[in-house]
Design a protein around this ligand. Sequence first.
Ligand SMILES: C[S@@+](CC[C@H](N)C(=O)[O-])C[C@H]1O[C@@H](n2cnc3c(N)ncnc32)[C@H](O)[C@@H]1O
Length: 253
Amino acid sequence: MRHRRDAIPLTRILSPLGSYVCIDIIEPSIHWCTKSISARHPNFRFLYFDAADQLHNPGGKMRTRDIRLPLADGSFDRIIVQFVFTHMLRDEIVHYLAECRRLLEPFGLVYATVFIYHDAILGKARATNLTPFNLRFAHEVGPGCRINDSSHPLGAVAYSNDALHEMIGWAGLRLARPLLKGALSGYYEKPDDGRDVAVLEKEDCFPVKVAMSRAGRSTCHGEPSPTGLRGNPIGAGRLSKDCTSLILEITVV
Ligand SMILES: C[S@@+](CC[C@H](N)C(=O)[O-])C[C@H]1O[C@@H](n2cnc3c(N)ncnc32)[C@H](O)[C@@H]1O
């Protein structure tokens, strides 16, 4: 679910042994990336799904819940879902989280941006109004789920901590570290990232306190993260030229 913003910098970091897959429901965007990026870097693939979405593909012919990504189980080190769950209702989030779980290798990690709310966060967000989107999340549409604009329900969707944890648990995932605190609401004095971020791992992944460099692949230390991830929350600041999915060096703590 990442576009050219990440794919282009990654073409300079991943060797032909590494690979990158992006999915989206905007056909022209996927077509552009395939024509402009995959043509030169065949290990970068862009997959289009004609899934209906009020904002991005209103005429789509399938439901997100029916998408099964044509990718092998356990074949990804890292999955980035950036600014996507912030526009989705519960069923679709749980569906994609379950797909993430299926695709993750045992110690893989997911980086997913979300909007988390509680009363104090809502109060601060309304008082500071730091974004151009007038994020007030005034409409509660289900337990622990609020939308910002009832005429565009998927424009911005926020969840309570409990609701987020419930979705993560249903999908067989868990937080690999405490939620990263986002700057958008103005609530946190020292935010970790722009949006709130859930860094997830498989529920049955036992903790190991080692940095693993897998045999047969060389690492390329010190490359800047092209994902814009601050604080290196999924170890993305060090990317390998030779990883077989996204990132070679896995640090699971
Ligand atoms: C706010 S944009 C973020 C784009 C990109 N991830 C980024 O960080 O710049 C939301 C993206 O989610 C995609 N999207 C929306 N619904 C989707 C779905 N059901 N499946 C896959 N992608 C979806 C949209 O097409 C759009 O590209």
